[in-house]
Design a binder for this molecule. Structure first.
Ligand SMILES: *Cc1c(COP(=O)(O)O)cnc(C)c1O
Length: 415
């Protein structure tokens, strides 16, 4: 039998770890809130911008203004923020498919991309309709430990390379770390040294509003992500975004709708317009709550003897916390505890199951108001060694704290 665990002491320790990071997290939230309200003011957001449109959605001023607001916040020429993106993967796919042509070369510079992106690229398995299936060449540079080898970048990128793919967040990979905006800047600079015309593409999922700068401020030409993660602030019911150079965003818009139509069509239904605006307004604060929850989780599970990534003391570049639980039972127990401490479907018990786009069975806790929204408190993990759970989100730190303590008690110490 294991000795009795003093959960009260663990909680106190974890709260102190969160408090150490509070000044920098609050500074980022303040800067990002200022960016948002400044953009809202500059674009003269009015009550009628928040109303729905129907049919073709011509002259949807709320939609078109939100594009301009995203462009201002991300310091880009253009943006495409749409409820018609079914997910982050869809927005990321549209940005790739709209800008690559048969014969072009794409190089992944941050190792193996996120599971669903592998299906879009068609590598290592050539999937139907993927980039590889369309005749685009794909190569990959493995990460060199926690970082990207800049000399290797200069070696692999050539005059024939059309685009480089950079993924900010570690996603479900136990092999890599999330990289900072600063490092993304260095990777892009190395790629552009080898080929000044190369398009720098960034998968920004889970990274928005964590730092005071975004990858588009350090050279990213096109970037995309999900609205049911950071930028939706918990309110966006669906959707994705693309920001970047005007010509690249335009090319993507022809993929989202049709050549000639682009971003000028697409109605904003129901209450979505208001939810996009209000969600963006809340996002800097909500992201901060999620990061505090992640640090809290790291500290609690580290005390219980588990390997955690990032460590509670480390600087954060996304909202994800990985915990190496090392058994299928602990992975399931963790998700069960999170689920039963969620506002929706708390009575439901999660079980591992296959998920479209993913290679292994996935077990997930997602007792969320918006289905699958991972800015809301959620946990998931592929059922494979070493049974890492990826925990993210939390609209309020109070909720995150309660759920993590419940998970700690259910999973117990490693020893
Ligand atoms: C979440 C995520 C995506 C897209 O996932 P969706 O569930 O389709 O929104 C892509 N890349 C990374 C790194 C992600 O974390």
């Amino acid at each position: 039998m294991t000795a009795t665990i003093d959960y009260q002491a663990i909680e106190t320790y974890a709260l102190a770890e969160v408090a150490k990071h509070a000044p920098e997290l609050e500074a980022a939230a303040l800067v990002n809130t200022e960016k948002v309200i400044t953009a809202f003011r500059n674009k003269m957001v009015s009550d009628y911008y928040l109303k729905p449109t129907t049919g073709y959605g011509y002259s949807d001023v709320g939609r078109d203004t939100l594009d301009l607001i995203y462009a201002e916040i991300f310091k880009t020429e253009a943006a495409l923020v749409r409820s018609q993106f079914v997910s982050g993967t869809h927005a990321l796919a549209v940005a790739l498919l709209g800008n690559l042509r048969p014969g072009d070369e794409l190089i992944g510079l941050t190792g193996t991309p996120y599971d669903t992106m592998q299906s879009i690229i068609g590598y290592p398995v050539k999937t139907k309709g993927s980039l590889v299936d369309l005749g685009i060449t794909y190569k990959e540079l493995p990460m060199s430990g926690e970082h990207v080898d800049l000399e290797a970048v200069k070696g692999i990128v050539t005059k024939n390379t059309k685009m480089v793919h950079i993924q900010r967040s570690c996603g479900y990979s136990s092999l890599r770390k999330t990289i900072s905006v600063e490092e993304i800047g260095r990777i892009i600079a190395a790629a552009k040294e080898a080929n000044p015309d190369v398009i720098a593409y960034v998968d920004n999922c889970y990274g928005e509003f964590i730092e005071q700068k975004e990858p588009t401020e350090v050279g990213a030409d096109i970037m995309a992500g999900s609205l049911i993660k950071n930028l939706g602030g918990g309110l966006a019911p669906t959707g994705g975004y693309i920001v970047g150079r005007a010509d690249l965003v335009e090319n993507a818009s022809y993929r989202l709708t049709a050549p000639g139509l682009g971003g000028e069509m697409g109605a904003t239904l129901g209450d979505t317009q208001r939810e996009f605006y209000q969600g963006l307004f809340l996002a800097p604060h909500v992201v901060q709550q999620a990061v505090k929850t992640a640090i809290f989780a790291a500290a609690v599970f580290q005390k219980l003897g588990y390997e955690v990534k990032p460590l509670p003391q480390e600087a954060r570049h996304d909202i994800i916390q990985a915990i190496k639980l090392e058994s299928r039972k602990r992975l399931c127990d963790f998700c069960i505890a999170i689920q039963s401490n969620s506002p929706v479907d708390a009575h439901v018990e999660p079980v591992p199951a296959p998920l479209p786009g993913y290679q292994d069975d996935i077990v997930m806790a997602a007792g969320t108001f918006v289905q699958g929204a991972s800015i809301e408190l959620s946990a998931d993990g592929p059922c494979r060694e070493p049974y890492n759970v990826f925990f993210q989100g939390g609209l309020t730190f109070e909720h995150g704290r309660l759920a993590i303590m419940a998970a700690a008690k259910r999973v117990g110490p490693k020893a």
